[in-house]
Design a protein around this ligand. Sequence first.
Ligand SMILES: Nc1nc2c(ncn2[C@@H]2O[C@H](COP(=O)(O)OP(=O)(O)OP(=O)(O)O)[C@@H](O)[C@H]2O)c(=O)[nH]1
Length: 857
Amino acid sequence: MSDADERKTSGRKPLSLGGGRGGSSSGTVQQSFARGRSKQVVVEKKRKRAGGPGADKAAPAKGETPQSAKDRARAALAAKAKELGLSEEELIKRQQAIARARSEAAEREEKKKAEAAELERRDREERERLEEQKRREEEERKAREAEEKRRKAEEEARRAVADVPPPLPEDEELAKPSRKERPAKERVREPEEEEDARSMLEEMGGRVKKKAPAPEKAVTRSKEPKRRQGKLTIQNIIEDDSDRQRSLASMRRAREREKQRRAQQGQGREKVSREVIVPERITVQELANRMAERAADIVKFLMQQGQMVRANDVLDADDAELIVEEFGHTVKRVSEADVETGFISEADPEESKKPRAPVVAVMGHVDHGKTSLLDALRETDVAAGEAGGITQHIGAYQVQLKSGDKITFLDTPGHAAFSAMRSRGAQATDIVILVVAADDGVMPQTIEAINHARAAKVPMIVAVNKIDKPDAKPEKVLQDLLQHEVVVESMGGDVQTVNVSALKRLGLEELTEAITLQAEVLELKANPDRSAEGVVIESQIDKGRGPVATVLVKRGTLKRGDIVVAGAQWGKVRALVNERGQQMAEAGPSLPAEILGLDGAPEPGEVFAVVENESRAREIVAYRQRQLRERSALVTGGGASLEQMMAKLKQADVTEMPLLVKADVQGSAEAITAALEKLGNEEVRARVIHSAPGGVSESDVLLAKTSGAPIFAFNVRANKQARELAEAEGVEIRYYSVIYDVIDDVKATMEGLLAPEKRETFIGYAEILEVFHVSKVGKVAGCRVTEGVVRRGSGVRLLRNDTVIHEGKLSTLKRFKDEVPEVRAGTECGMAFENYQDIQVGDKIECFTVEEIKRTL
Ligand SMILES: Nc1nc2c(ncn2[C@@H]2O[C@H](COP(=O)(O)OP(=O)(O)OP(=O)(O)O)[C@@H](O)[C@H]2O)c(=O)[nH]1
């Protein structure tokens, strides 16, 4: 059945039943489809044959009668209809509908394909058209430019002609052809000019209706659907989107917008000129942040100036200022130290001041009896008995005399503390007692002490000690002192002198009297009714109590609970303890006290002051710690073993050798530091970046690491964590128990850092007799050794007319054909220089050796 239908739809002659013998008749029917399409369908009508049974059977199949075939087809149809639960007629209709739908689907498919092909063709044509347009525009532009040039040239020529007097007839004749030429050209030019005007208008943003170019006209017809491209249909949008090309005008607009945006940005940057606050030291990154510029730009700028820096490097204020100005900003130089402003307040008004006890330091040569005298003086304290408690060494103590006067003694060993305090600008001492043993006289450290006192402008009282000794010669001491410009009262000067015996407790009263007298002269006063300020005398980390600092209040009154900043440490005063281990509620001027509650041990000599609150304390300490870090960063750079440091210092030409010293007591730490800092010369010297009492801690290791300094531990050890950290970070910890070993080691290292002395020894002369050119070797000098010996590997100088024109090494030294190690006077040889060719007959060769001699400190 469907077969028959298909044949019908294909428009071919339908299969007829019985070959037109009257069994069937056919006709055509107009069939309508969707969207107004219609079709002629051939319909065959079957007629019953008159008479014979089975006349309505289908066409006979091969080998069977037509009637039986027809019957079978009908039976099959009936069976199928029955199976589907339809009538035969319904089934036929359904089958016809299916056939129709199939043919329609095939048609649709074909149509779709045709449409796709059409779209593709259109796209291709559009692309070609755009390319053509672009090419033509380019051509037009070029033509325009050429035309413009030509026109200008003509214009100029015309002007030139106009300027000259009326041309002679010959000139006219000459000019004629050009005039003839012009109208012809102008005629030709007309459409071009029109084109010019159009494109100009277009460039100015005007809309110009373009004449379609002639060749395109011919193809427009064939591109019928293209006209529809202008229509906005969903189909167009979907299909064209992928291949859509931006028009030239839109490109131009986008470029213009971009240009404007950039210009605006550029202007914007220039306009924002910031006031940049520049402290004394600032990192590149921080400076960039403050200018709102990129750190990389600063690095680049400095690189152009020949300075290689990284973002984390520290710049000084001058460099920073230069950079800021270069980047178009203004500079406001401030000192970060401003944070310290007000830390130490202004001088107190005179009326607020009250007399205070003098602070006395005892100085003198070794073994002259300083400690003994301080001990003896301590015993003069009338209050000691009543107060009870066991005397402890806290670096300073105060005694009350019978007269009621008080004297504070600094009980710190040597001159170190004194000079440490002075170097930090904390002048704690009012009077110096110069102890000179009567049996020993003035010794080197006596002189040193005199100089210290004099430099600090502190009055001296000479205590001639050990007068109990039979060989005591106090007069001689005074005589000797004269040589050092210390003129005692008995000799017409103003220096008081007292003969004492610390051992026998002789002359102590006279000594204290002399002190009080001197104090009166000095009119020592301070305002006790204000927040405390003073100086750190000693500090240590106590196992049980944590950081403990002995401070001496210089003005104001220090109370428990005060917030104190001492050097780079701060804390709330948890307790105030006197030298007998007793708690005090407060400490007024000139009264030494141990304070507990700081977050670390401040350096001796550091100034301390009470601040208003914790945040202020934190701010100051943060600034000071930053400064410490930066200071140590100046000598930083990774490894921290002695060898690494040496290698680095040699490379970097740095003359400072950073060290970190930890010792059992403050005294030894100070002594080692002083001894180490004395070492060295103008080329190399040690710089103790940190020295403190106590074991080596993790923070010491970290500091050593950042400073590239090895740690010298004297009579102390590193704890487990510090040891592990040191191992991990490559920080060397050296342990010592003899001070001289520390000093010797450092000295040896520093000697290694000294550039060796170079000593040159002349060994021989040779004269160039001939110059050969040897391929691959270059110029070779045929010489005779005139004096001494010429050795391969030694240094050589080429002399021309007694002037050195080259200094280098020999690449070849030959005798006949053989390389020889040396050639002696009177012998001829061949020589060639390493990387040097300019040799001439008559030049002299000087041969020398250089010896390096190790230098010592
Ligand atoms: N005969 C006598 N001996 C004294 C006197 N004063 C101190 N000595 C002795 O001198 C020696 C050194 O005394 P110290 O008090 O340790 O001297 P120093 O100046 O503190 O010594 P260093 O701390 O090493 O600088 C000790 O043996 C004391 O006993 C004195 O007045 N008479």
